[in-house]
Design a protein around this ligand. Structure first.
Ligand code: FEO
Ligand code: CA
Ligand code: CA
Ligand code: CA
Length: 600
């Protein structure tokens, strides 16, 4: 296929044809090689993947489930030898364990005994908890192909049971104290780590997103946290962990939900280091934590709260980054200012500080300290009049053009539009571009405009605004993760495209932001049926692009001719192994150009 000849485009790869099938597809002239699959060993002594004999102990030594964020930390500056950090967001029991069906299947099957869900037991919950969290693993490129370094000194699995320290203004607060941790400073594990980040000093940031789903049970009558938990949807009841581990049962441990919903920082250089939950960055459904050093040296971390009508945040450190002294940066994230965004009709954005004692954030409104403001970040932001958004996902600053890209994935429940969320019943999402005042990422004001409203531009009612140079393969819906590469180019990955929604799977789209080509999008890679596209992460030399294929084979009745891909036994794809004895496996893929060279 000929490359699309878009005037002034920063991209020249031949576009992939959009569609839906059992395999993944990358642009012609590129290789897409599976690097790490769920269950792959991460240590010399790790057992091989055996889906019929899963255990918590083996899963703790293997690559986890549902890879989302992918980060690359170079070793000695190399783009061919580094540390890959990967979030394992959640587990899909119906795709992991024989005999388990989805809740949707159960409802459809009413009365069909064969479709009764296999109830969780302590064994299964143990596997699920070990399949969550993150992976830190050394990788190396040999003869143009990436390999896992099994005996890498930094290799590590982080799970829902890994001990973590709570730091920052809310550490030790009474509302974080539990029977198992009367000091309120030590918590087991992290969950639902969606997007994330890597800091300039080479630590790994995990963002805790939909933590409400891990809690069940009823809060004791009159318990003071009821309003707080209501604002976050706690208890969500998506998992049965609370039936086996009392801390996830509100009736038995009413404060545990206050210990989740934070940003977690991991020092990857020491595999025995204790990850830190950095409370200064607020408590909400954290999507990601991409960051940049401002001209004044402060580190600025952009934070989305992924829920309909929730907010866009950023955190600016009080201290400044010291490139020459890694140790001096290690607690930068404990002290700084958390801001929430108000997007006004005149195209300005105002970053409002969430600081105890300022404006409405006082005892009159139930805030006794900065800890209270952070524990109830959403309520504090409500009081400040932040702009309710169409589900803020990943946000990425661009050091090349000085702007910031905000992925807003969709919001079908919006009735009233506002300037920054202009479509009611926004099914396909949009991308906002922010220009901070004076090009300073630490600024408290700036301007914004919409880069693109997503969806099919050939259907007028959709209101999509891709450039007219965008082909029928080039448009997408539901932007989710994103990356800005070393040349300042924007790459967007999606969550929610499907045969019925958009006639295409999720994928990686390259989106022009500059000049005449602005708003032009083209498809670079697409996932197998049922999957969501996560990552993406280019290496500094742009010769490799890591992407994460999440929950392949999931997604109900979406692929005509292949039935409901819900049973372990009856999947619509067996990606990536295509072996009837193996389930589908979420995997990280390394994309390289055939013969080498820069991607794009
Ligand atoms: Fe886990 Fe907001 O996607
Ligand atoms: Ca996801
Ligand atoms: Ca996401
Ligand atoms: Ca999403």
């Amino acid at each position: 296929p000929a490359a699309a000849q878009t005037s002034g485009s920063a991209f020249s790869f031949p576009e992939v044809t959009a569609g839906v099938d059992a395999d993944h597809h990358v642009a012609e002239g590129y290789d897409a090689d599976v690097l790490l699959r769920w269950g792959d060993p991460l240590f010399p002594d790790a057992p091989a993947f055996d889906p019929d004999n899963q255990s918590e102990q083996s899963q703790e030594r293997q690559f986890g489930y549902n890879n989302d964020f992918v980060g690359y930390i170079p070793i000695d500056g190399s783009s061919e030898h580094g540390i890959l950090v990967v979030n394992h967001e959640y587990t899909n029991e119906h795709l992991m364990f024989p005999g388990v069906v989805t809740k949707a299947d159960q409802e459809l099957a009413e009365g069909d005994a064969e479709l009764s869900i296999a109830p969780a037991d302590a064994w299964r919950v143990g596997v699920e908890m070990a399949a969550h969290g993150g992976t830190v693993v050394e990788i190396r490129k040999d003869s143009g192909k990436w390999q896992v370094v099994l005996d890498g000194a930094r290799n590590r699995r982080i799970t829902a049971r890994t001990p973590m320290e709570i730091t920052g203004p809310a550490a030790g607060h009474a509302r974080l104290q539990t029977a198992a941790d009367p000091a309120g400073t030590r918590v087991l594990g992290t969950v639902n780590n969606c997007a994330g980040g890597v800091t300039p000093w080479g630590t790994y940031i995990m963002a805790e997103e939909n933590f409400h789903g891990y809690f069940l049970g009823v809060l004791p009558e009159g318990q003071a946290e009821a309003g707080n938990y209501d604002r976050y949807g706690v208890p969500g009841g998506s998992y049965e962990w609370g039936n086996f581990e009392t801390r996830f049962d509100l009736a038995q441990e009413p404060n545990e939900p206050n210990r989740f919903g934070w940003i977690v920082e991991v020092d990857v250089e020491d595999p025995t280091s204790t990850p830190k939950k950095r409370t200064a960055l607020g408590r909400f459904k954290h999507e990601g934590a991409q960051n940049i050093v401002a001209p004044g040296g402060q580190v600025v971390m952009y934070l989305g709260d992924d829920e309909r009508f929730d907010y866009v945040y950023k955190f600016v450190t009080a201290g400044t980054y010291d490139e020459a002294d890694r140790a001096a940066n290690m607690d930068l994230l404990d002290d700084g200012t958390l801001y929430v965004a108000r997007f006004d009709e005149d195209g300005s954005v105002t970053w409002m500080p969430l600081t105890f004692g300022e404006g409405p954030l006082t005892a009159e409104n139930g805030f006794e300290s900065q800890a209270d403001v952070l524990i109830e970040t959403r309520r504090a932001a409500d009081l400040l009049g932040a702009t309710p958004m169409d589900r803020p996902e990943d946000i990425e600053p661009n050091g090349t053009n000085g702007r910031v890209y905000v992925m807003l994935t969709n919001n079908t429940k919006r009735d009233e539009a506002n300037a920054a969320n202009p479509r009611p019943e926004n099914a396909f999402g949009h991308i906002i571009e922010i220009a901070e005042e004076g090009g300073d990422f630490a600024a408290t004001t700036g301007t914004w405009e919409i880069l693109v409203q997503c969806g099919d531009p050939s259907i007028a009612e959709v209101g999509a605004t891709f450039s007219t140079e965008t082909t029928e393969n080039g448009w997408f819906g539901m932007p989710d993760n994103c990356a800005v590469d070393a040349d300042g180019r924007l790459w967007v990955t999606t969550d929610g495209n499907s045969a019925s929604a958009t006639g295409r799977t999720d994928g990686v789209w390259a989106v022009d932001t500059e000049g005449e080509a602005r708003g032009t999008s083209r498809l670079f890679y697409r996932v197998p049926v049922g999957a969501e596209m996560c990552g993406p992460q280019p290496t500094p030399d742009m010769a490799t692009f890591f992407v994460a294929v999440q929950h392949p084979g999931d997604g109900g009745d979406d692929w005509e001719g292949f039935g409901r891909p819900s049973y372990y036994e009856d999947l619509s794809t067996r990606w990536p192994d295509f072996d009837e004895a193996l389930p589908v496996r979420p995997s990280v893929v390394a994309i390289t150009k055939q013969g080498g060279g820069r991607i794009g």
